[in-house]
Design a protein around this ligand. Structure first.
Ligand SMILES: [Zn+2]
Length: 237
């Protein structure tokens, strides 16, 4: 079975899909529960026909993948009960609330541990957790910026004016092309570092190409050759 990843750009947006070549009669399209678009087609069907077919389904597909992405992101709220699962940079951890004189949050051996004096003070747990998330996302994004900024400078990318993190539930990041301000979502706390790198590189690319055209992915591909694979993987979060 021959599988490849393709991008089609329609007037209303860009769709990435996995193309599986196999013996089927027609062109079949389905959206997996993680939002991934999979098309299977006979080897005889031309690639341009398949791309056009996918592009013609763009309105429904974009709506579906967006909804899936949103429902996934809503999984972050936490009740702050012992044993609750938490995803931290792609790792599945178990939440523990431990009584301690000193407030702290730490990741240790598969546990995300919140240390606080009164373990029943949920408001306190939430504040400590949110502060931890903010710090960690700041650290992780700045690590990715340090890695990728020199690569963007080498392709004459305009310098960003600032980086910040904030609560955003519908986007992983934004780039204000006029002010050159880049903002990252605290939701990145859930995703592994290589996907944080994707979001950082994606937003930096917007300083060169504001939209999501083919040119955009050509530029992004220069500094991150596997950007399409990473983009698909991000859908799983
Ligand atoms: Zn974008």
């Amino acid at each position: 079975m021959d599988v490849s990843t393709r991008i089609v750009t329609s007037e209303i947006g860009t769709i990435t899909y996995s193309l599986v070549r196999k013996r089927v009669r027609n062109v079949n399209l389905r959206v997996r529960s993680n939002g991934q678009v999979v098309v299977s087609a006979s080897p005889r069907v031309s690639i341009s026909f398949i791309d056009n077919f996918v592009a013609s389904k763009a309105p429904g597909l974009l709506e579906k993948t967006r909804k899936t992405a949103l429902s996934k992101m809503k999984m972050i709220p936490i009740n702050f009960t012992d044993g609750e699962p938490v995803t931290c940079f792609g790792e599945k951890l178990e939440l523990r609330i431990v009584s301690s004189d000193k407030d702290d949050v730490n990741v240790e051996d598969g546990y995300l541990i919140i240390y606080q004096r009164d373990i029943n003070d949920i408001g306190k747990s939430k504040r400590l957790f949110e502060r931890f998330v903010r710090e960690q996302v700041k650290l992780a994004t700045s690590r990715a910026v340090q890695k990728y900024l020199p690569l963007f400078e080498s392709i004459s990318c305009p310098a960003p004016s600032s980086f910040s993190v904030r609560k955003m539930t519908t986007r992983w990041g934004t780039c204000h092309t006029k002010s050159k301000r880049i903002t990252f979502s605290l939701m990145l706390f859930r995703t592994p570092q290589f996907l944080i790198e994707y979001v950082v590189a994606h937003e930096l690319t917007h300083l060169i190409v504001p939209n999501h055209s083919k040119t955009f992915y050509d530029v992004l591909g220069k500094v991150m050759p596997d950007c399409i694979e990473r983009r698909s993987a991000l859908r799983g979060y």
